[in-house]
Structure formats: structure tokens, C-alpha cells
Ligand binder design. Structure first.
Ligand SMILES: Cc1cc2nc3c(=O)[nH]c(=O)nc-3n(C[C@H](O)[C@H](O)[C@H](O)COP(=O)(O)O)c2cc1C
Length: 203
């Protein structure tokens, strides 16, 4: 089993990285091959909206020559895509948003002269999130948006693990969060093995 992890936090030692660590450890323990991309260390420019990709029916076809192609290949070649992000202004970080915009546009040929392929069709998507508000008010809009992103691209949304950052005076990672991250990894692996969607909520 292969997971492609898209890490959108600009802080390599931040809260999202801390929550992701036990998740990845559990994945490895369960025999999952994980491939992690730190989006802030890559060159991923925002979508220019030029629409050139829409006239290329069977591959990305983006005119920008940066790291999108290699990340997109890994998004296609996996059992689960894991989008890890802190919440910034009620959504994901700019690096994650740039990737999502370009992947959903160049990845779905809905707007050209002829309708083409959905290059990420059938991919499963899960998300690992940290935020300052309670998850219900901090990460709800992100989850809604991500669900629609999946529907638009014919992908399957599996679920969200979200934990709250209570500020600098409280250490972020504790036993409960570590266990929740391990449980989420197990639930995702099990869902892939049994070909079911992950019904549990992890917020
Ligand atoms: C620029 C910025 C914007 C943020 N916006 C929100 C927000 O809209 N809602 C929220 O719940 N938390 C917000 N937060 C809090 C972060 O989501 C939270 O501290 C998170 O755990 C940071 O993760 P990191 O250490 O991986 O960067 C924001 C933090 C920053 C720096």
C-alpha cells in the first residue's frame, strides 16, 4: 500500500508536523510505503488561469515548468493522498492551495473544446489538520472545500483528523493526540484493505 503525503505547513517542526509524525510511524508499522512532499520546499507557483491545460486531453499540460509534474505523478500513483495542513484563515496554507488549484484544473479536462479525462479519478483522499479554534469552527470550511474538490475530481474523500493548538503555553502534542493520529492511520489502512470508505470521524 502506498500513501502520498502532501505537507502544507511552512513549519517543519510545527504542530502539523508533530501530528503527522505518529500517523506516519503507524503507517510504516502497518507496512505502508509513504512518500512525503514538503510543499514549501518545492517550486509550486499559483495557477495562472490561462486554460492552456484544458486543450491537452490526456496529461497535465500545464505551461508552468516547476515541481507540479513530479508531485502530480505521486498523487496519481498511490492508494491514498494525505493532505496535511494547518488552517490559515479558515482554509489550507497558500502552498497547499496552489497545488490544489493546479491539480484540480489541469487534472480535469472539463473546459476545453472536448471533454477529456479526470486524471485523479478514483484516488482516495484523507486530511490531517491542526488549527487554533475548535475543529468544528476552525477546520469545517476546509473539510467542506476538500470534499467538493474530491467530488469535482471524481476522488473519494475518506475523512479528517483534526487537533487544536491551544497556544504557546501548552505543548501541542500529548498522548491523546498521538493515539488519535495512530488510530486515524489504522482506520485509513483498514478502509483501503477492505475497500470501504472510512466512516469514522476523527475531529
Ligand atoms: C497566518 C495564520 C493564520 C491562521 N488562521 C487560523 C484560522 O483561520 N483558524 C484557526 O483555527 N487557526 C488559525 N491559525 C492557527 C494555526 O492553524 C495553528 O496554530 C496550527 O496548529 C499551526 O500549525 P503549524 O505549526 O504546522 O504551522 C492560523 C495561524 C497562522 C500563522
Amino acid at each position: 500500500m502506498k500513501f502520498t503525503v502532501l505537507m502544507g505547513s511552512p513549519r517543519p517542526e510545527g504542530n502539523t508536523a508533530a501530528l503527522l509524525r505518529p500517523f506516519l510511524e503507524e503507517c510504516t508499522r502497518m507496512g505502508v510505503e509513504t512518500h512525503c512532499f514538503r510543499l514549501n520546499e518545492l517550486s509550486l507557483s499559483p495557477c495562472r488561469g490561462c486554460m492552456a491545460c484544458q486543450e491537452v486531453p490526456d496529461r497535465l499540460g500545464c505551461v508552468q515548468e516547476d515541481d507540479l509534474s513530479k508531485v502530480f505523478e505521486a498523487m496519481k500513483d498511490c492508494d491514498v493522498m494525505v493532505l496535511a495542513t494547518p488552517i490559515y484563515s479558515w482554509y489550507c496554507t497558500p502552498a497547499m492551495k496552489a497545488l490544489m488549484d493546479r491539480a484540480i484544473y489541469a487534472g480535469n479536462k472539463y473546459y476545453g473544446r472536448e471533454k477529456g479525462a479526470s486524471l485523479l479519478e478514483g484516488r482516495r483522499v484523507a486530511t490531517v489538520v491542526t488549527c487554533g479554534y475548535r475543529p468544528q469552527e476552525g477546520a469545517d470550511l476546509w473539510e467542506q472545500g476538500l470534499k467538493r474538490w474530491c467530488t469535482h475530481g471524481k476522488m473519494e474523500y475518506m475523512g479528517m483528523l483534526c487537533r487544536r493548538d491551544l497556544g504557546r503555553k501548552v505543548p501541542f502534542l500529548d498522548e491523546e493526540k498521538e493515539q488519535a493520529a495512530r488510530d486515524f492511520a489504522q482506520a485509513i489502512c483498514l478502509a483501503v484493505k477492505t475497500e470501504e470508505l472510512c466512516a469514522q470521524e476523527f475531529i
